[in-house]
Design a protein around this ligand. Sequence first.
Ligand code: CA
Length: 697
Amino acid sequence: MNSYHDGFHWGRALSAALIASMAWSATAADVDAEAMRASQKDGSEWLSYGRTWAEQRFSPLTQINDKSVADLGLAWFIDLDNTRGLEATPLYSDGVLYTSLSWSRVMAVDASSGEILWSFDPKVNKAKGRHACCDAVNRGVALWKGKVYVGTLDGRLIALDAKTGKQVWSQQTTDNSLPYTITAAPRVVKGMVMIGNGGAEFGVRGYFSAYDAETGKMHWRFYTVPADPAKPVEHPELAEAAKTWSKDTDWSLGGGGTAWDAMAYDPELDLLYVGTGNGSPWNREIRSPGGGDNLFLSSILAIRPDTGRLVWHYQVNPGDTWDFTATQQITLADIDIDGKQRQVLMQAPKNGFFYVLDRATGELISAEKFGKVTWAERIDLATGRPVEVAGARYEKEPILMWPSPFGAHNWHPMSFNPQTGLVYIPYQEVPGTYSNEGKGYAPRKAFNTGSGSSEITELPREYATGALIAWDPVKQKAAWRVEHPNHWNGGTLTTAGNLVFQGTAAGQFVAYTADAGEPLWTFDGQTGIIAGPMTYRHKGEQYVALMAGWGGSAALFGGDAAVATGSRNVSRMLVFKLGAENRLPTLAEPPETERVPEPVVASKEHLENGKNLYSQYCAVCHGAGGIGGGVIADLRHSSAEVRTAWEAIVLHGAYQSKGMAGFSDSLNQEQAQQILDYIRHREYATWMEAMDAGNKD
Ligand code: CA
């Protein structure tokens, strides 16, 4: 009795001291390995991009569940000063949400009130937008021991004080004279911030690096492709990789293999998994004439985090020639296969096969098509290599095939629910055309890949659809599937409340049952949703948070298929909880263009040149076929002022502060005029089509 009594007092004194010390010394976002481990079971916090190191995007929270979700409502929202795509997953720690916006800006938000506590603008030179293949997006931040980390579009890795948002350190991780960009969320492992980069569409050499979270000092860098053999080899893996490249490789093109998104970590195996991207240029015939696997393009790499040395690798697409990256989300899980529990790594990369690998050894366990795939018959389990169909490499003839460079699945995060055993994949079905003509290949100056992409002018809307697929990774088949009329839908979140959340390109945010795909709840987000949602618990209440803002590569480039969504960019942070009844304001209709276009008087050759130049330099942001996708200006409707100032804008960067760089290093006056006349021609042609359609009605 006595001892119990003493113990009771001791316990009270201890907790009082603990509370006092917390009040004085608690740091915001005090995330460490202990906290990361604890969060696997306790779903209160969301401390890393994919919630935990395993990147399952599964939350154990159950307050919002298949019974209660009907009462889910908007708790608060923030209208954001942001006009480009929002791809970030917010993080939650200790009452605060941390998220990023376009142009690599960061903000910290009070998780219950929605009050912005601080914001940080790294002031990226907007001319850098020219090097961003896929919008000026950012997918989020990392947290570690009181600091917030962000990678910027211009290649900096920046550490901020989590309490104040003030910069603690900044490291330039790239050579800014080259078209490198960072859009990924950093990950922190063993006190090191892991960061890769993008840029393979323009011609760079891929790598990822580990920086000391405290000081910003670089610990190691892993290059994903070799450099010119005449130069010293940076690390031993590259000597082996070099044997898989042609002796005629043009090393000045950079090779590619950028690690621009996926990472995961297994603390027991002590392995960091990194996905790598396509080659520079896409077309292997130009990149590595005569062939070769071109390691480590389109691969999953298992890295020892202390040393940066490679433990195993699996190449998803040997000798990739289609922009089939293996940068799509890597998810770790322990699942029963053939009566044995296996430690697996799962990926649904662009190429349309769902891969299950043993994550200790890299052994391929299974791989099956999760959507429409015509470039390969199957993956040979003995060799781990795809059995490609004849002609898939478009060496002699152009090819129309599935999937496309947009991928059967892109960066939009998938989620895995250990209770249902299902993976929820934001699937899309879009064909791609490739040809070996390599017309006007201009490395580093334009989005041009040596695969005849300058031929692409339009993506008809009926060719671009999507679905939410609940994939059984053991049976390697779909358990259920919900069709979407458009491609480029949002990432997914799944919870122990038997729920899956996903937003659509058309702006609907929907909750489904995780076991059967039954829709239970819908919210009109008023803008195309592409990001993955997250959930957290604050003061006993569960919330769901989402960055809503139409954008990203398919919104920009998609042309008619992007217009089909009916979406435009309205940038908001939306946060939901049970019983809340807040409402979004009604959106004003966008102003309609009143100009009656006139037919363009110009030679066929002049307009053809304009079309090719537009496709090469402009379409990646302003839309295929001159049709803007609801994010960046639709040039068919550009004002008289813009057209008068055309040369100043297109050649000399008069609109650089808006994200439109000057192209005087690539285009001359005559070419700028050809582009304008092509756009005027498209304005007239699409106006006439609309008039004809109207007359028929
Ligand atoms: Ca790519």
